[in-house]
Design a protein around this ligand. Structure first.
Ligand code: ATR
Length: 288
């Protein structure tokens, strides 16, 4: 077998040095007995053009896109899939005959990772970026009753409201700033509270200080999309109150598996033991 039998995948962004995606994708590739490599490459908007050209020439099959390239990448795409168009954000690219096809796997990743039913329920969503868009798409598909979006920049949340009201006409959507009393008032009626901002991440200095666990009720499920650290202040608050909660690790795992499916163009059946193994290894890595 020649060198060209190795299937090549990349994560592009900055910073990517501490990304756990290469470890995760290697575990998937091994599980499916696929000869492949997944590497993280530090790329900014300045060298994106030349990097993409060389990846195309080198027979790379797939790319994941992360901060700060999520918006810049759009202008390089030759095709945008229905799901990426619906979500309004691309995190996965398939290279097909040197053409770049944009996909979104975060929406399905979130949906698969969510351990509770939200049908006809109220949800509080904090954030209005790419992650929030993917989550809003899932919540719509899962037919929840109402979603209130809280964001620092309220105009961004308003843009989401406008867009998603048309996409999901039966779901009530509201917006607010982060510091409003609305959060305090609405949390009693909500089944799920999601942090889809980057606040609380290891690299961030801030915490979601405006969300006081004092107002959490016993049936509230707390979901933080952050997985590094594994336990944010928000998760600690939920834990201390004895609530059900999860971090963003399962969303990462399921979106990664969806990306691999798209790149290979085939179904990838798995046993729950795969998810458990990947989760355990990544957890260990994040604790090092
Ligand atoms: P992602 O693709 O991870 O969602 P993003 O699109 O840059 O990344 O969105 C980041 C989210 O985190 C946004 O909701 C952002 O709020 P703004 O729209 O006001 O920028 C939120 N965020 C980032 N830093 C924040 C901070 N210090 N305080 C509050 N919200 C913050």
């Amino acid at each position: 077998m020649g060198k060209n039998d190795t299937k090549k995948f990349y994560l592009l962004g900055d910073p990517v040095g501490h990304s756990i995606s290469p470890i995760m994708q290697k575990l998937f590739l091994d599980y499916y007995k696929i000869k492949g490599q997944y590497k993280a490459l530090r790329v900014t908007a300045d060298n994106l053009d030349s990097v993409l050209s060389s990846l195309k020439l080198n027979g790379v099959l797939g790319i994941n896109i992360t901060v700060p390239l999520k918006e810049t990448i759009v202008s390089y795409l030759d095709k945008v899939s229905d799901i990426a168009r619906f979500v309004g954000c691309v995190n996965t690219i398939k290279i097909n005959n040197r053409l770049l096809e944009g996909y979104n796997t975060d929406a399905l990743g979130f949906q698969k990772s969510l351990p509770i039913s939200v049908k006809d329920e109220n949800v509080l969503l904090i954030g209005a970026g790419g992650a929030a868009r993917a989550i809003l798409t899932s919540l719509g598909k899962l037919k929840c009753r109402k979603v209130l979006i809280f964001n620092r920049t309220v105009s961004r949340a308003e843009a989401l409201l406008k867009e998603f009201k048309i996409k999901f006409p039966t779901i009530k959507i509201g917006v607010s700033t982060l510091d409003s009393d609305l959060l305090k008032r609405e949390i009693v009626k909500a089944k799920l509270l999601i942090n889809a901002t980057s606040v609380g991440m290891k690299s961030h200095k801030q915490e979601l200080s405006y969300i006081n666990p004092e107002f959490f009720h016993n049936d509230l499920f707390v979901y933080d999309v952050i997985y590094n650290p594994l336990e944010t202040k928000l998760i600690q608050g939920a834990k201390e109150k004895g609530l059900r909660f999860c971090n963003g690790l399962d969303m990462l795992i399921y979106q990664g598996l969806e990306s691999l499916k798209i790149w290979l163009g085939q179904e990838l059946p798995f046993k729950s033991s795969l998810i458990e193994k990947v989760r355990a290894i990544l957890t260990q890595k994040l604790q090092d």
